[in-house]
Design a protein around this ligand. Structure first.
Ligand code: ACO
Length: 322
């Protein structure tokens, strides 16, 4: 019997930082409004000519180095993204090519903000079933390319970036109790029109822009997040007292605080990056993980809960013994 352990993480942020004050020059908003409603102070934005695959490749190289491996050790790439370079091929295959990997398989999963957690559960299942030995799981986005920069209700909320994680299949009786202990994934397409893109290859032949009923998303978020987090605890026979770190999707500080309160997770166990990164969709969870590993908070043996909720709606959580 096999289990899946985390070998390393890494992230990459584009150089350019856009502050709330800079946005206030373009749309009718203010630093005060954005900070108070969302906790966001700034976001990173990709340069012209810098694509999702470029951010993803840099994050992947860092994760592979952190794992003490080389690209050729990877035989599965699963990537969560809503902002692929092209409609096809899958951006994961572009990353595979950038890394010089010619074996194994690479594909994208589409679950919007939940994309990374869905990708983790997909890779975990593949590895446990022997369909690969070492997987690179990536969340990468250039959200700036799908925003309507004249719509103040959405353009202030998002940013660009990429995070990656290397997973490895090992025999169940090795590496103590480390590994991905449990996962819960959910979706309910009845909510599709609360958060969506108003274009696409089949619908309009264009890329389109992000549209959102912010209040409706907010109204559902905390309940859906709690649902999968509690599900993942239950499946693993663990509870919130066992938890060392809660690494939520970084959409909005108020959603994170609401979920933390509902789940009785103390504030000091919650990793927050939304102030600096804004909402980077599928990239937010792996970037938050990478930040917290880099600064020494998340350590080997810690119990870590990751979760996300986004368009579809989709929502998901995984409990990991680091
Ligand atoms: N600057 C200034 N004023 C603004 C801005 C802005 N950027 N955006 C909206 N407003 C105005 C509105 O027009 C409205 O004005 P009105 O009262 O004159 O009509 C007023 O501010 C209040 O707007 P609300 O929509 O009621 O503000 P709310 O408190 O709901 O906050 C927000 C809006 C931040 C979008 C909130 O609903 C939210 O966070 N929702 C969750 C959405 C989310 O995080 N989505 C991310 C994608 S999904 C995911 O990742 C889970």
């Amino acid at each position: 019997n096999l289990k899946t352990i985390v070998r390393g993480v890494g992230h990459y942020l584009p150089e350019r930082v856009v502050t709330n004050d800079e946005l206030a020059k373009r749309v009718d908003t203010s630093d005060e409004w954005i900070v108070q409603r969302t906790g966001i102070k700034q976001r990173h934005v990709a340069a012209e000519g810098e694509y999702t695959s470029d951010l993803a490749t840099k994050a992947a190289e860092r994760a592979i180095a952190a794992a003490g491996l080389t690209p050729n050790d990877i035989d599965l790439i699963v990537m969560g993204t809503t902002t692929p370079d092209r409609t096809f091929p899958a951006t994961a295959t572009l990353v595979q090519n950038n890394l010089g990997i010619r074996h194994g398989a690479a594909f994208d999963v589409q679950a919007v903000c939940s994309g990374f957690v869905f990708a983790v559960t997909t890779a975990d299942s593949h590895l446990k079933n022997g369909m690969g030995t070492r997987a690179l799981v990536i969340g990468a986005e250039t959200c700036s390319r799908i925003l309507d920069w004249d719509d103040r209700t959405t353009c202030v909320l998002f940013g660009d970036g990429a995070g990656a994680m290397v997973l490895e299949a090992v025999p169940e009786d090795q590496e103590d109790d480390r590994g991905i202990l449990s996962s819960c994934i959910r979706s309910d397409g009845a909510h599709w029109n609360k958060l969506y893109i108003d274009g696409g290859p089949s619908l309009t032949g264009t890329v389109g822009h992000l549209r959102m009923e912010g209040k409706e998303v907010f109204r559902h978020a905390v309940g859906m997040i709690s649902d999968v987090v509690e599900g993942a605890f239950e499946k693993a026979n663990k509870n919130v007292e066992d938890l060392d770190w809660f690494v939520p999707h970084q959409a909005n500080r108020r959603i994170i605080e609401g979920a933390g309160k509902k789940l009785n997770i103390p504030e000091e166990k919650v990793i927050i990056t939304v102030d600096k990164h804004a909402n980077t969709s599928a990239a937010s969870v792996p970037m938050a993980l990478s930040v917290a590993v880099e600064d020494g908070r998340i350590k080997k043996g810690d119990l870590v809960m990751i979760e996300a909720m986004g368009g579809g709606f989709t929502w998901a959580a995984s409990l990991i013994r680091w």
